[in-house]
Design a protein around this ligand. Structure first.
Ligand code: NAD
Ligand code: UDP
Length: 323
């Protein structure tokens, strides 16, 4: 068997934010596809447990590093997946400056590296670029409705800037770029206390505590199972498509109905309590995925019921370990 450096055909990918929820699933996928994976993460919201199973694999390496600084990687790179960024509202509200910095400076550094290595660059953007949307469902040609000085603005505007920077590198420097606008994703490796609706409801339901629904729960979201998302990202990274692509599951649900679904799934006796709605919380959110269907031949395979039951065991273990 050849060693890594001798194998000229082996592709190398750098995954920033690779120790996070989505990044670690991407590390798994690109390893499976035969890539050498360099995972770079400063662990501010990630967890080395997410990648512990990859340590020792000779096609995997981990670098503990803050990507808002100059990034050095030795050797060639074929692809950069830029996923570093706090992503849960409680994380980016607690770390507003780091969030702005990783979306702006971090994206600039990662693009600079792509230019130096002549590597393809894929940006993890978000449905949050649409803000509190005034069209429904959201298509990629919608420009969004974001409050730049609102609390959530630190995340939304950082990602909007990151998209603009990505397109500038594409247009001005000819870098091969891809932009994925990710809608609410769930699955194993989410942190129990990350504050997002699903881990919170699972934890509350499995421990018999009250389920905290914010506002009257009429706001909607569309949740996609992580395996479906990873398949879409893989296809986008291999495609020639430059414009942003929505990846999400169009199955939309109100947060109140979602809370009830989790109560049923877990056979819980938990009651629902209503708490104040956070400011600028988007009222509706549903992806139009026609573009992904057309250019990637992709659509989600798992409906919410299937995806949630695949995720339940993971959350049961987390609750037992109180992790
Ligand atoms: P996560 O918090 O689990 O992962 C983010 C990772 O980035 C963490 O491991 C964190 O330590 C790392 N990181 C943050 N700042 C860094 C820095 N300066 N240098 C190096 N590493 C840094 O979040 P996630 O849910 O896996 O999200 C990953 C990416 O996908 C983010 O860019 C997020 O904006 C995007 N996204 C996620 C969702 C979702 O539903 N999970 C939706 C839309 C977009
Ligand atoms: N939410 C809720 N209770 C919680 C956590 C979240 O009602 O304990 C609501 C939140 O206000 C939002 C929706 O659930 O309307 C989804 O929140 P999440 O943080 O998962 O995602 P995002 O708001 O970023 O889409």
């Amino acid at each position: 068997m050849s060693t890594l450096n001798e194998d000229q055909n082996m592709k190398r990918v750098l995954i920033t934010g690779g120790a996070g929820f989505l990044g670690s699933h991407l590390c798994d996928r690109y390893i499976k596809e035969g890539y050498e994976v360099i995972c770079m993460d400063n662990l501010i919201t990630g967890d080395s447990d997410n990648i512990a199973h990859l340590v020792g694999n000779d096609r995997f390496s981990f670098v503990n590093y803050d990507v808002t600084n100059y990034i050095h990687v030795s050797g060639d790179l074929d692809l950069i997946l830029h996923f570093a960024s706090p992503a849960s509202p409680i994380d980016y509200l607690e770390m507003p400056i780091q969030t702005l910095k990783v979306g702006s400076l971090g994206t600039h550094k990662a693009l600079g590296l792509a230019k130096a290595k002549n590597a393809r660059f894929l940006l993890a953007s978000t449905s949050e670029v649409y803000g509190d949307p005034l069209t429904h469902p959201q298509k990629e040609n919608y420009w969004g409705n974001v409050n730049p000085i609102g609390h959530r603005g630190v995340y939304d505007e950082a990602k909007r800037f990151a998209e603009a920077m990505t397109m500038a590198y594409h247009r001005y420097h000819g870098i091969e770029t891809r932009i994925v606008r990710i809608f609410n994703t769930y699955g194993s490796r989410m942190r129990l206390h990350d504050g997002r609706a699903l881990p919170t409801f699972m934890r509350q339901a499995l421990t018999g505590n009250s389920i905290t629904v914010y506002g009257d729960g009429s706001q909607t979201r569309s949740f996609i199972y992580v395996d479906d998302l990873v398949e879409g990202i893989w296809r986008l990274s291999q495609s020639e498509f430059v414009e942003p692509v929505n990846l999400g599951n169009p199955q939309e649900i109100s947060i109140l109905e979602f809370a009830k679904e989790i109560i049923d799934l877990t056979n819980s006796n938990s009651e629902i309590v209503f708490e104040e709605l956070p400011k600028d919380d988007p009222q509706i959110r549903q992806p139009d995925i026609s573009r992904a269907r057309e250019v990637l031949g992709w659509e989600p395979k798992y409906d919410r019921k299937e995806g949630l039951s695949k995720t339940l065991d993971y959350f049961k273990k987390k609750v037992l370990a109180n992790d």
